[in-house]
Design a protein around this ligand. Structure first.
Ligand SMILES: [Zn+2]
Length: 399
């Protein structure tokens, strides 16, 4: 499966993946999914929000066990974030068949659309729409860097944007959702385990900071006469790092847009996007508030107006204990309990957990590097992940 999937959307220069929602690379990934489903005789369908499904058993029977992940990527992402979950799902179905394990509940593999939010700035669009956590109206307002709206992009990719919306009937058919994912951190490397079970996802969000200054000539404007938003932005980046460190949280400015973006011009506007995460919502709110205060304070000294807009927020996700414990029980050997660990990364499983019992498996990432071409998982660990997923699916669906 990897042989066909790996070349899709790979940038020759960076070696990273650029599989953005509803682009050609995304279409190629989707075609790959369909091919894999049909090669196994699974019933293939696309839901109203463009998520792909492959069914073993009757999709309408209810109480289904669903596994899967996503195939899109961040800009210059790695090969494993998302695809490892989808590839492992198909491989786990193969494993169940090789074991002669016949499911007594319907089993499905899903590819959720636009998980990373690389193109329209909002993560987990496919699962959010299905779960009713993103309305069709709000989705219609999402635009990419070229001003193309989400519905336009979907239409150009051959999907019906009129159909976008909540899908409660579909979610009601799911009895359990299990997502396997490459670990985005080093906890398993440090504990020496190839596979772990997720306990929770940290609350996280994205905030847009607009720093409004005054454009002027870089060669003729005295320093004391400037209203330079870049200065305020730079100080805010440093403040974010410090506030996060002091609170044991995470804060990152990873995206910035500058107007007019000229080498010899003091900018009129700097727009920076803050991604922040913490173990609990109180800490997260406090950190973002402190960063905002630092920005405003500094802006006052620089003659720069600061406006902060919360673009997205995902509350803490505590995975359902019963399913989590069942998965952990199925994967723990005598004398060696499988590690159960929290993560700072958001996932479709986190979105779905508000509607259906959800669990996650993580596969060891030896460097912890993710969202980068250097993201890696060893083949043995990937195979251990497939067997673990097959064990969980068998335990849930075949008994
Ligand atoms: Zn992912």
């Amino acid at each position: 499966m990897w042989k066909d999937l790996l070349p899709i959307g790979r940038d020759a220069r960076s070696g990273g993946y650029r599989r953005f929602a509803w682009t050609g690379a995304d279409a190629d990934c989707r075609a790959w999914f369909r091919t894999q489903a049909e090669a196994r005789g699974l019933e293939y369908e696309v839901d109203r929000n463009g998520n792909q499904w492959a069914w073993l058993g009757d999709p309408k029977a209810g109480d289904a066990v669903v596994t899967g992940s996503h195939l899109d990527s961040v800009p210059d992402g790695g090969a494993f974030d998302g695809p490892l979950g989808v590839v492992s799902s198909f491989a786990a179905v193969d494993e169940l068949r090789a074991r002669g394990a016949g499911p007594s509940r319907p089993l499905a593999i899903v590819n959720f659309g636009d998980e990373e939010g690389a193109r329209f700035g909002l993560a987990c669009v496919g699962s959010r729409l299905a779960a009713g956590q993103l309305t069709a109206d709000r989705a219609a307002e999402l635009r990419d860097a070229d001003g193309i709206s989400l519905p336009q992009a979907m239409e150009r990719a051959g999907y019906d944007p009129e159909a976008i919306g909540p899908d409660p009937e579909r979610l009601a058919r799911i009895g359990a959702f299990v997502e396997l994912h490459v670990e985005q951190g080093r906890a398993l490397d440090l504990s020496g385990d190839p596979v772990g079970v997720a306990s929770a996802i940290w609350p996280h969000g994205r905030w847009r900071f607009d720093f409004h200054g005054e454009a002027n000539h870089a060669g003729t404007t005295r320093l004391e006469d400037r209203r330079d938003p870049m200065l305020t932005y730079a100080n805010t980046v440093l403040a974010a790092r410090k506030k996060a460190r002091l609170a044991g949280a995470l804060a990152t400015f990873g995206k910035v847009a500058v107007e007019p973006n000229g080498v010899n011009a003091i900018p009129s506007l700097v727009r920076g996007w803050l991604d922040s995460r913490a173990a609990d919502e109180q800490t997260l709110a406090a950190v973002v508030e402190e960063i905002e205060r630092a920005a405003t304070e500094r802006g006052g000294r620089d003659g720069v107006e600061v406006r902060v807009t919360r673009e997205s927020f995902t509350p803490v996700v505590e995975f359902e204990h019963a399913l989590r414990d069942t998965a952990a029980g199925l994967l723990s050997a005598e004398g060696r309990a499988i590690p159960v660990l929290p993560t700072g990364a958001g996932h479709d499983a986190g979105i779905l957990s508000a509607s259906v019992p959800t669990a996650m498996l993580f596969v060891r990432n030896p460097t912890g590097v993710s969202h980068s071409p250097a993201e890696h998982a060893a083949e043995d660990d990937c195979l251990a992940g497939v067997l673990a997923l097959a064990d969980v699916l068998e335990g849930l669906a075949c008994r």
